[in-house]
Ligand binder design. Sequence first.
Ligand code: SAH
Length: 363
Amino acid sequence: MEFDFENIKKLLSIQSKEELNELRNLSYNKLTEFVGECVYLRGLIEFSNYCSNDCYYCGIRKGNTTLERYYLTREEILDCAKIALELGYGSIVLQSGENNSEKNINFISEVISEIKEISKSELLPNGLGITLSIGELSYQNYEKLYKAGAHRYLLRIETSNPTLFKKIHPVKQTFERRLECLNYLREIGYQVGTGVMIGIPEQTIDDLTNDILFFKEQDVDMIGMGPFIPHKDTIYCDYYIKKPTALQKNYLLSLKMIAAARLVMKDINIASTTALETIHPSGWEEGLKYGANVIMPNITPFKYRKKYQLYDNKPCSDISPSEQNSLIKSRIEAIGRKICYNEWGDSKHYWQRKEKNILINKD
Ligand code: SAH
């Protein structure tokens, strides 16, 4: 079945329990058919909250002067990588606010190379898989980090509606620039991930439908998306007063978005995100049931977690990474899925895309 605007919108508008069950089953079947039941874990390292951007919705935006800023040292990042390795996570995600100074890019590049060096083993001959999520950079910087060893990149478009994008960002942060960056990343050879926030003020079901079509049109390899959650130090601090039912609504809508993305894009990787888990104690499981296949457990040192609050109530638990791993394992097994340890768990779509390109270039 080919999905167009009308039938994607229909999926996102489903309300009844029966239809939701049907949607979940359909999407789950697509998942098992195209990518299998494995769940891949990526150890998330939030290595700095310094940010030169001022996204109106984000708790670590530059304008939030109440926040103490931090930067993990090289040793601290390497220690996190070692934890990921010991726990059998085949990959890590390095995330931070935006800082495209030469000094910072050189630092990240050196850290990536070192992580690659220390993580090569018989189990992982190419070392840990490294995903970056550090915002908009120049072509040269993306390329430098790719050459250093990063091979996936997450850059959310936040919304595919340019007018809405303008409303939630300062003038100097443009929709066109985001698109350009996504193109750079693809051109360089990264596995490219994008995503949106679900429930942004004034966002409509039509916008979300177009978001799914945008993912398809951009032919992305990975998607990370989740509910919009207000942050107290942003202009959206009174969001729940204006929209008292938003929490549950955005949660359910996020699950439907995951299912729709799986049905339309089939063989991509989709994350069951922390924002889902923030709204509901079994948010991760529900995301997986609706078609997601990746989870990103936070392995940032505890003392920094409170300083990386992108939105209110973002979990900053103080259980150790290995306890967290056992918990996640039992939660995932309880829903009949299994974790595939010590694998990169690349997006199948990426390899299909590559193969297609090789064939086209041969012709
Ligand atoms: N600076 C990097 C990565 C950090 S922000 C970047 O811009 O890509 C990572 C993601 O957190 C953002 O893309 C955004 O979608 C999400 N986020 C930020 N504030 C949020 C909020 N209030 N509610 C839900 N998600 C939010």
